[in-house]
Design a protein around this ligand. Structure first.
Ligand code: G3H
Ligand code: 13P
Ligand code: NA
Ligand code: ZN
Length: 328
């Protein structure tokens, strides 16, 4: 059944686990996530970005999620709008049936320019007010995703701030987080700790100076009742990078967020863990391999099936690692 983010994350907090929130754009990604959740009995967060709405169209996304709810009635599913750029965008998603929205007021409406704190409070407070009256949950964001290593925003995949950010902009301040939650009434808060969207997060295995997991503990101490959200949390499996390279792909050396660091976050209040890139890597690696080893095949379902199976394996590993398996 369709549930709000609040319902899902309250249960996660009561039982001390985290829920992966997977980005969805098409049928195969939704099938992969649902098959994995069904296999291990996990609750599910399906999230759609502005890019997903542009790719598939709002009606197709809505109907595919409806089909997931109908096919797996025993699995709680939250349909979440990822990175809403304005109250109007969030309002439209609520009308379209999303059970949760993210108002990302850390950036201006262009989704590139960092905003002022007061702007962020104002737009997020507005969204929380109309969303809550419709029974819809709200995620806010305080701090900008970006690389503490390079000082760059890490916008290579076109999502997130552009240009150079200060160290301060890229780390959520715990005292400000407490003020933000109190003034906006958000259900969940996305925090900045040095992660960024896409495959190129870190040029080496991250250590505490470039991945500030310790900051989560300080934030959680100030707002113990707010569910924390980690964005940019793909682990960027080296096995999939190798497969992509082996079958003709061109990817530079790169490292993601290690699962152990995510688990440390979950021990300190992280309840929602956003993952898009890992599914992209697994699906494109599996498609490259499938096309290479089946050169006479021209039914795309063969390639899509292999891609779906690869994504399903990633999802299952995340459900099990974060402890949401068995909690549906
Ligand atoms: O917010 C970041 C997600 O990876 C979505 O990416 O904007 O390319 O759909 P996208
Ligand atoms: P990744 O690019 O690390 O998968 O992060 C996705 C994300 O944060 C979506 O909001
Ligand atoms: Na989100
Ligand atoms: Zn994100």
């Amino acid at each position: 059944s369709l549930v709000s983010l609040r319902q899902l994350l309250d249960h996660a907090a009561d039982h001390q686990y985290g829920v992966p929130a997977f980005n969805v754009n098409n049928l195969e990604q939704i099938l992969a996530i649902m098959q994995a959740a069904d296999a291990c009995d996990s609750p599910v967060i399906l999230q759609a970005s502005a890019g997903a709405r542009k790719y598939a169209g709002e009606a197709f996304l809505r109907k595919m999620v409806e089909a997931a709810v109908e096919t797996y009635p025993h699995i709680p599913i939250c349909m979440h709008q990822d990175h809403g750029g304005s109250p109007a965008v969030c309002q439209a998603s609520i009308r379209s049936g999303f059970s949760s929205v993210m108002m990302d007021g850390s950036l201006m409406e262009d989704m590139k320019t960092p905003s002022s704190y007061e702007y962020n409070v104002e737009v997020t407070r507005q969204v929380a007010s109309f969303a809550h009256s419709a029974g819809v949950s709200v995620e806010g964001e305080l701090g900008c995703l970006g690389s503490l290593e390079s000082g760059r925003a890490g916008e290579e995949d076109g999502s997130g701030a552009e240009g150079i950010l200060s160290h301060e902009q890229m780390l959520t301040d715990p005292a400000q987080a407490a003020d933000f939650v109190q003034r906006t009434g958000v259900d969940a808060l996305a925090i900045a700790i040095g992660t960024s969207h896409g495959a190129y997060k870190f040029s080496r295995k991250p250590t505490g100076d470039i991945l500030a997991i310790g900051r989560i503990k300080q934030i959680h101490a100030r707002i113990p009742n707010t569910h924390l959200v980690m964005h940019g949390s793909s682990s960027v499996p080296q096995e999939w990078l190798d497969i992509i390279r082996q079958y003709g792909g061109d990817m530079k050396e790169t490292y993601g967020v290690p699962l152990d660091e995510i688990l440390e976050g979950i021990r300190h209040g992280v309840r929602k863990v956003n993952i898009d890139t890992d599914i992209r890597l697994a699906m494109s690696g599996a498609m490259r391999r499938s096309m290479a080893i089946n050169p006479s095949e021209f039914d795309p379902r063969k390639f899509f099936r292999d891609a779906t199976a690869a994504a399903r394996d990633i999802c299952l590993l995340r459900f099990e690692a974060f402890g949401s398996a068995g909690q549906a």
